[in-house]
Write a protein that binds this ligand. Structure first.
Ligand SMILES: Nc1ncnc2c1ncn2[C@@H]1O[C@H](COP(=O)(O)OS(=O)(=O)O)[C@@H](OP(=O)(O)O)[C@H]1O
Length: 132
């Protein structure tokens, strides 16, 4: 999995934990960088989406919004920190996180692309009507 390769959009990578994008646990589970990110939009039903996805046995979801790519204080901690925020999963499972604020930050697309240009992004298309 490609990782950030330097430049102002790249976080520091001081720990070896993110060298292959995973860190393992003795029971066979491991923390993986997400293969899927729900990027927005706020009040678009993103919590409902991630909770429905996590009902599937092939999916493990981060419990909290990580705000890695949009908050400088988090991004500067680097990919090892981002990885540490991910849930433990079996290798065949997919890891997903949701931070709807990613959709409104101009820095985010390049940063996500540098981490993994093949990542799947999810964006609930039809915002629920109760806010209109
Ligand atoms: N299917 C469906 N139909 C109508 N409304 C729905 C649906 N799913 C989620 N919701 C409402 O969406 C609001 C939460 O959206 P998000 O999870 O994206 O919120 S957040 O941006 O992460 O804060 C939240 O609304 P509020 O309670 O008014 O905030 C949910 O009640």
């Amino acid at each position: 999995r490609p990782l950030a390769d330097g430049g102002s959009s790249s976080p520091p990578t001081s720990s070896p934990a993110a060298d292959n994008g995973t860190t393992s646990h003795p029971n066979g589970t491991l923390q993986q960088l997400p293969q899927i990110i729900i990027i927005g939009v706020r009040k678009g039903g993103t919590r409902a989406l991630i909770e429905m996805l996590s009902l599937h046995s092939a999916v493990v979801a981060a419990q909290n919004e990580v705000h890695f790519f949009d908050w400088e204080s988090h991004f500067q901690k680097g990919l090892p920190w981002y990885l540490s925020q991910m849930p433990y999963a079996f290798p065949e499972q997919l890891t997903v996180e949701k931070t709807p604020a990613y959709f409104t930050s101009a820095k985010v697309p390049k940063r996500i692309y540098q981490m993994n240009p093949n990542i799947k992004l999810s964006h609930p298309r039809d915002c629920v009507g109760h806010r209109i």
